[in-house]
Design a protein around this ligand. Structure first.
Ligand SMILES: Nc1ncnc2c1ncn2[C@@H]1O[C@H](COP(=O)(O)OP(=O)(O)O)[C@@H](O)[C@H]1O
Ligand SMILES: Nc1ccn([C@@H]2O[C@H](COP(=O)(O)OP(=O)(O)O)[C@@H](O)[C@H]2O)c(=O)n1
Length: 205
């Protein structure tokens, strides 16, 4: 059984997915971390992030592995744990360019589809493209200001700068971010984290 939780940047996908997954006793899968890992490695290798061949060669010679756990996902490249380096402002700013490359999307999708069920999968296109047959789909939204205020607790920049970056990323991610027609859309603005998790669990039960 697969539950998909998609949504715009900083709408609560990973926190909510983690809470839902823990309540269900299954792992959750954060697809965005794979896009972030490809971006980080491209930046570190000084590659042009718009160039798929260079990135794919790098990912082929230095394979990246997602470790899905209920409490939090980790991403490995060999023995190196990349996880703590994936949420920098530098990666935030480059990731949508990398995620627009069809070859990189195929690389991510193949890894996700190889994972053993059951799990909760979160990202942008889990319910539309990657797992269209999932029986339970959710889509999280909130205003850019609310999302920026939440993310400001995790980043050094101020709220207006974060809000501008989120809006820019929303725009670049538009193509892959449409909600599945059969997803329940949840405006998380008026809800706290537990409120969103409970809304989803109620629907699942
Ligand atoms: N409903 C909510 N109310 C308050 N804070 C929230 C809510 N959902 C998420 N958050 C907080 O917002 C931040 C971004 O959430 P996160 O799960 O990282 O979002 P995403 O995975 O969509 O980027 C985190 O600090 C998280 O704790
Ligand atoms: N399924 C997905 C997941 C992420 N992404 C891309 O990866 C980026 C980072 O995703 P994320 O979920 O880690 O980002 P946040 O929403 O947590 O800020 C997004 O801005 C998209 O460009 C995507 O295209 N498709």
């Amino acid at each position: 059984m697969i539950v998909t939780i998609d949504g715009v940047a900083a709408s609560g996908k990973s926190s909510v997915s983690s809470g839902v997954a823990q309540a269900l006793g299954v792992p959750y899968v954060s697809s965005g971390l794979l896009y972030r890992a490809a971006t980080l490695l491209g930046l570190e290798a000084d590659l042009d992030l718009r160039g798929a061949p260079g990135l794919l060669k790098l990912l082929g010679t230095h394979p990246v592995r997602l470790e899905p756990l209920a409490g939090g996902n980790r991403v490995w490249q060999g023995e190196r744990d990349l996880t703590d380096d994936l949420h920098s402002t530098r990666v935030d700013r480059g990731v949508s360019v990398v995620a627009a490359l069809p070859e990189v999307r195929e690389w991510v999708d193949a890894q996700l589809r190889a994972l053993p069920e059951p799990f909760v999968a979160e990202g942008r296109d889990m319910g539309t493209n990657v797992f269209p047959h999932a029986p339970h789909k959710f889509y999280l939204t909130a205003s850019a200001r609310i999302r920026a205020e939440r993310r400001a607790r995790e980043r050094p920049e101020d709220v207006p700068a974060i809000e501008a970056d989120l809006q820019r990323r929303d725009e670049l991610d538009t193509v892959q971010s449409a909600p599945a027609p059969d997803a329940l859309v949840i405006d998380t603005g008026p809800l706290d984290l537990q409120g969103v998790i409970d809304t989803i669990l109620t629907r699942l039960r």
